[in-house]
Design a protein around this ligand. Structure first.
Ligand SMILES: NC(=O)c1ccc[n+]([C@@H]2O[C@H](COP(=O)([O-])OP(=O)(O)OC[C@H]3O[C@@H](n4cnc5c(N)ncnc54)[C@H](OP(=O)(O)O)[C@@H]3O)[C@@H](O)[C@H]2O)c1
Length: 448
């Protein structure tokens, strides 16, 4: 385990007597500002819960200073992040810039200065976490990352601490609120993807460039972090196959309803005898499943352990208030230690000496939903069925709405359980047919 280090007086000013810990926030946008506001609003509450430790914001940083900027108390706003990271009056650095360029420099420089750092930045942790934690362990500095996954949902601590004694065999769930908002809009209002995306942007959930959310890349960073924690696995986001939701249409929700199901974008990591399988992709899930009940921008993360069974953590997965609370949960934990004159590196599984783990296809065969969009003419079904039979796959059902346009007709085939590589081979062959108007939409059918 990493060593607990005694903190020198030069690093943490008058800690033993004043019991005051000073925080600097780099990145004063949605999350940084909310963190400052919650800290100011709940000062007394936090002091009560930390046995008298007072946590005070002393500095904040944003790129452009505005005359209207108001900081709580006597905190100072600066535009150069080094004025926070190097400041004598900052004991803990909070990084809420985002991205992996300047944010990397901020976190690295904080660690090198011997300052604990708390980040909400999943992209940074997913990509550079192993390197940054190695440096932090060597310097005896903790890194807080509760806010990187699930917003206010305390899933990092649940896996790393509360479930530390169990053998986890799966972590999966809805970790991107924007994608879930879009899918549930399509489900409940019958709108097409583009219209649901416009509604998400109007509601402030999706960025002008929403690709991180709808192409599953944000979810990929998050499941990379959760898989590391759950399986102590060294894992880069680029190793994780990802399918977003751009190709899901209103017609898929129509067909899903006929199958008593709906569609959710699910990030999952499952242990199997050969290693782990990790993915981000849309799943077809039954209406009465827990995943189907996760509506709007909410998150729900399921952790399945050998002894504890399956636990579900549910709540606001984003937004300043929820995420700022998660940031402060790390600040409070670190401040408790600092107030005792100690810095305690996390020694988090998956980041502290992770193991090489084989990445495999999902171990168990599952059922599949295939939506084909074709230019209709006689004999199509027979040719598709022949390809499927050639792979030894059994068809479970074929569904087609009557009175569809012949030029662009969508129908659905569901398949009995079969391995992913087999079904992908069949789909690749079907995609070659001259009557296909677009590629087959392939979605696993999961019961959970
Ligand atoms: N928003 C959420 O709901 C949410 C939820 C979970 C996690 N997160 C994560 O939290 C982080 C911050 O997200 P956010 O939504 O708060 O972003 P944001 O609103 O865009 O705020 C970013 C802040 O960083 C500042 N900044 C950017 N580059 C800088 C630089 N080089 N030097 C100094 N300051 C710089 C910006 O300055 P200006 O104000 O001058 O532009 C802004 O104040 C990201 O990693 C994000 O993934 C966000």
């Amino acid at each position: 385990m990493p060593q607990v280090e005694e903190v020198t007086e030069t690093k943490v000013h008058k800690l033993e007597t004043a019991k005051e810990v000073r925080v600097g926030i780099v990145g004063y946008g949605t999350v940084g500002r909310a963190t400052a506001e919650i800290l100011a609003h709940n000062t007394d509450e936090i002091r009560r819960r930390t046995d008298g430790v007072s946590i005070r914001l002393t500095r904040a940083c944003r790129r452009t200073l505005h005359s209207s900027d108001r900081l709580p108390g006597s905190a100072v706003l600066v535009s150069d992040w080094r004025e926070v990271v190097d400041a004598e009056d900052v004991d803990i650095v909070v990084e809420t810039i985002g991205g992996t360029d300047v944010a990397y420099d901020v976190v690295r420089a904080s660690i090198e200065n011997g300052k604990p750092v708390v980040t909400a930045n999943k992209a940074l942790v997913a990509q550079y976490g192993e390197e940054l934690f190695a440096l932090a362990d060597a310097r005896g500095v903790p890194i807080g990352l509760e806010a990187t996954v699930g917003g206010g949902v305390p899933v990092i601590r649940a896996i790393a601490e509360a479930l530390a004694a169990d053998r986890i065999h799966a972590v999966y769930g809805i970790v991107n609120g924007t994608a879930n908002f879009i899918l549930t809009r399509m489900e409940h209002h019958g709108v097409q993807f583009e219209e649901a995306l416009r509604q998400a942007q109007a509601a402030g959930y999706a960025e002008a460039d929403p690709s991180l959310d709808i192409d599953g890349l944000d979810a990929r960073d998050k499941i990379a972090i959760l898989a590391r924690l759950a399986f102590n696995a060294s894992l880069a986001p680029s190793q994780i196959p990802v399918t977003g939701i751009r190709h899901i249409g209103a017609t898929d929700f129509h067909y899903a309803r006929r199958l008593n199901s709906t569609i959710r974008l699910v990030a999952s990591a499952e242990r199997n005898p050969q290693g782990i399988s990790v993915s981000v992709e849309p799943w077809l899930v039954e209406h009465d499943s827990m995943l189907a009940k996760v509506d709007g921008p909410n998150n729900a993360i399921f952790v399945a352990g050998e002894k504890v069974g399956t636990q579900m953590l549910y709540g606001h997965g984003a937004g300043g208030g929820a995420t700022g609370t998660a940031v402060l949960s790390d600040v409070v934990q670190i401040a408790r230690h600092l107030a005792r004159g100690q810095r305690v590196p996390n020694g988090l599984p998956g980041f502290h000496r992770p193991e090489k783990v084989a990445l495999t296809d999902r171990a168990h065969p599952v059922s599949w939903y295939l939506r084909l969009t074709v230019r209709d003419h006689p004999g199509i079904l027979a040719r598709v069925a022949e390809v499927i039979a050639r792979e030894g796959i059994n068809i479970d059902s074929v569904i087609q709405e009557p009175h569809m346009q012949k030029e662009r007709l969508s129908f659905v085939i569901t398949l009995e359980p079969v391995g992913e590589s087999v079904v992908r081979r069949a789909v690749a062959a079907i995609d070659q047919f001259e009557f296909m108007r677009e590629k087959v939409l392939l979605v696993p059918i999961r019961s959970c």
